[in-house]
Design a protein around this ligand. Structure first.
Ligand code: GTP
Ligand code: MG
Length: 370
């Protein structure tokens, strides 16, 4: 039988993924937005939301992936994608740096740190974990922009010498709404003022009952400074990932999501993308949001040229005709003509939408006609 992720189904139904998660919960199923559900369940949900199951494609102008679903037997385990969130100065970047320091591959490569918005580590046990860097106060809008559909697990960073702060609470609410499981990291355990119990009690007020208090939300005390607790955090991420049964078909044309994009003076438009399924290859013809292009080269998070990128791997893609937006989806198509056609159609739609949304007055009516 075919399988589809809750997020994909939500996109196709134009409903909020969190609402689908809630509906599934009422049906007695505990799933997150990135988990797959079978066709029967999907159809049940579709009916539940009052949609017609027999949905036909809108037109040939855009790419319609409605029935492009991977067969169960093609799915293979993929690494988890983990976003780190929390209040300003609570130690997110320090934790990311410390985790990067545990990367056995990076150790071998001589510790070159390349800044891209996402990176993957290989643990001592040989498993891979992808981390998303969502710095500062932009974290929430950023995560929304990138589509919560790329995040499998959220690590809520709380400084153990401080408390729950406005952005901690915002992160909690956002994570709950996205239906993504959370691991609480109580950081700065090396500090004399460290008081994890106080944090755990405050979390209760937000209906988060951590393991240390016999709840089911994993928590870990750690220090980015001394490295204490990092291995435990990695173990907990891997355990959570196992529970989520994250899988994707690596043997097909790639679908990916843009994490960040910019215009580089020398290299042209650059997009950091995270592969959702399939394998992205040098030479692939792409449509990315309203842009088209061909993969000229790919760089991994260590700045190394790579030829192929499989599920959950973040890569920087060179060769697009323009700069896409964070959250845009990337699709591989057969021909350059098709890529240009789809991109042009989307640009047209985007322009039409902007024109409709603009307040109506004589001045912009004329500029819209011009
Ligand atoms: P924003 O990006 O501004 O939101 O901050 P952040 O959450 O990334 O915090 P950052 O990692 O920059 O750390 C803030 C301060 O806390 C820095 O001065 C760090 O050196 C310090 N810090 C972070 N982690 C630890 C820790 O485990 N122990 C100690 N003692 N200090 C830490
Ligand atoms: Mg930071």
């Amino acid at each position: 039988p075919d399988a589809i992720t809750v997020q994909e189904l939500a996109n196709r139904m134009a409903e909020k993924a969190a609402d689908l998660v809630k509906a599934l919960f009422k049906m007695g199923m505990m799933v997150t937005i990135n988990q797959t559900i079978d066709q029967d369940t999907a159809e049940l949900l579709v009916t539940e939301f009052g949609h017609n199951i027999e949905r036909v494609s809108d037109s040939d102008a855009d790419i319609d992936t409605t029935y492009d679903v991977d067969e169960e037997e093609t799915l293979k385990v993929r690494p988890p994608v983990v976003a780190i969130m929390g209040h300003v100065d609570h130690g997110k970047t320090s934790l990311l740096d410390a985790l990067r320091g545990t990367d056995v591959v990076r150790g071998e490569a001589g510790g070159i740190t390349q800044h891209i918005g996402a990176y993957q580590i290989k643990t001592k046990g040989g498993e891979h974990i992808t981390f998303l860097d969502t710095p500062g106060h932009e974290a929430f809008t950023e995560m929304r922009m990138r589509g919560a559909n790329v995040t499998d697990i959220v690590i809520l960073v709380v400084a153990g010498d401080d408390g729950l702060m406005p952005q901690t609470i915002e992160a909690i609410n956002h994570t709950k709404a996205a239906g993504v499981p959370m691991i609480v990291a109580i950081t700065k355990s090396d500090k004399p003022e460290f008081n994890p119990q106080k944090i755990r009690e405050r979390l209760l007020e937000h209906e988060i009952l951590v393991e240390a208090m016999s709840g089911d939300v994993q928590d870990v005390e750690l220090s980015a400074k001394t490295g204490a607790g990092l291995d435990e955090l990695i173990d907990k991420i891997l355990l959570q990932a196992e529970l989520l049964e994250l899988r994707a078909n690596p043997d097909r044309a790639a679908d990916a999501t843009v994490i960040e994009a910019k215009l580089d003076k020398g290299k042209g438009p650059l997009a950091t993308v995270l592969v959702n399924r399939g394998t992205l290859k040098v030479g692939d013809i792409l449509v990315v949001g309203t842009q088209s292009g061909r993969v000229r080269a790919m760089l991994d998070d260590k700045g190394r040229q790579i030829k192929e990128a499989g599920p959950s791997l973040p890569v920087e893609v060179l060769g697009l005709g323009g700069v896409p937006m964070a959250g845009d989806s990337l699709t591989v198509v057969e021909t350059e003509a098709r890529a240009r056609e789809v991109a042009a159609y989307r640009q047209e739609m985007a322009t039409a939408k902007r024109t409709v949304q603009a307040p109506v007055n004589l001045e912009n009516m004329f500029s819209a006609l011009a």
